[in-house]
Each structure stands twice: as C-alpha cells, then as structure tokens.
Design a protein around this ligand. Structure first.
Ligand code: UDP
Length: 161
C-alpha cells in the first residue's frame, strides 16, 4: 500500500468526549479528566469551544425531529464545551462505561453521570457511542493538526501487549 493515510498513523482506537456546558460551568473539568487519565486512557487533543448552531446540528443530526432536539441544541450551544479526543484499547466502550447511562437518575454511582447529574437534559458529558460515530465526531470537532501523534510511554504499564 503506497498511500499514507490517517489510519496508518493512528492504529489505536479513538473517541470523542465533550464536557457539556453544565459540566464546564459547575467546574467539573478537572474531576472528569482525572477519571479518564486514571483509567489509563491517553488524551490526544482538547479545547474549550462554544459550538455554533451549525456544529451542534451536525453533531446531533441523528436526533433531528425528536421532541428534545431543539432544547438540546439550545443547551449545547449555550456556553463553552470542553471537547476532547481520547485514545486507548477499546476506548469507545471504556469511555461509555466511565460516563454511564443517558439518564443520570438511572446511571449507577461511580459513573460520571450517576455521580454528577439528575436530569437527562443536563447529563454533564457526551461520549461517542460507536467507533463509526467517534470517527465522524472527531472530524467534526477537530482538525488533524489539533491532535497529537507522538507516543507517551505509559502504554506498557497499561496494556499487556
Ligand atoms: N436527551 C434529552 N432528552 C432525552 C434523550 C436525550 O435531553 O429524552 C439528550 C441528552 O443530553 C443526551 C443527548 O440528548 O445525552 C443525546 O441522546 P442519546 O440518546 O444519543 O444519549 P447519549 O449517547 O448521550 O447517552
């Protein structure tokens, strides 16, 4: 294969995670980032960004027409969001486990939503729900030069192979 493509550079799985405006305003960035770091995941990009309506519409396109859609767009565009890309083995499902269920009331304790939220419309954090969604969302929120490719040598302390 003569072509050098993005995939060759990042063989590890990546996911898109965003602390929503409620989490940012409530000063939960540090606490949440700490949980991802302690799990052994690797941060490869992050920024504080107030998303435009257009970005929010693209991000939540699958929910267009649902009763909560307009409110969700109003909310996600209402203030800064802390957008991140995390990397690691099975990082998409691992991140969803750290995050918990969509409804914070039903989300177990020791999950981010279970610990910090009550309302489904104020559930603190977003995490991609599949590898395909992750690839789409990372492209939507980040340009390539905002993501690092250099290696951090903790991998051998986390992964057996
Ligand atoms: N949401 C909402 N009301 C609902 C369902 C969802 O406000 O009845 C919001 C909530 O913030 C959720 C987001 O829409 O995180 C996307 O919903 P999805 O079902 O994709 O849940 P997630 O993947 O975020 O757990």
């Amino acid at each position: 294969n003569q072509q050098c493509c993005e995939k060759d550079l990042d063989t590890e799985e990546r996911t898109f995670v965003a602390i929503k405006p409620d989490g940012v305003q409530r000063k939960l960035i540090g606490e949440i980032v700490a949980r991802f770091e302690k799990k052994g995941l690797k941060l490869v990009g992050c920024k504080l960004i107030q998303p435009s309506r257009k970005l929010a519409e693209k991000h939540y396109a699958e929910h267009k027409g649902k009763p909560f859609y307009e409110g969700l767009l109003d909310f996600i565009t209402s203030g800064p969001v802390f957008a991140m890309v995390w990397e690691g083995k099975e990082v998409v499902s691992t991140s969803r486990s750290l995050i918990g269920l969509t409804d914070p009331k039903k989300s177990p304790m020791n999950t981010i939503r279970g610990d910090f939220g009550i309302d489904v419309g104020r559930n603190t954090i977003h995490g991609s729900d599949s590898v395909e969604s992750a690839q789409r969302e990372i492209k939507l929120w980040f340009s390539k030069n905002e993501l690092i490719t250099s290696s951090i040598t903790i991998e051998k302390w986390i992964n057996e192979d």
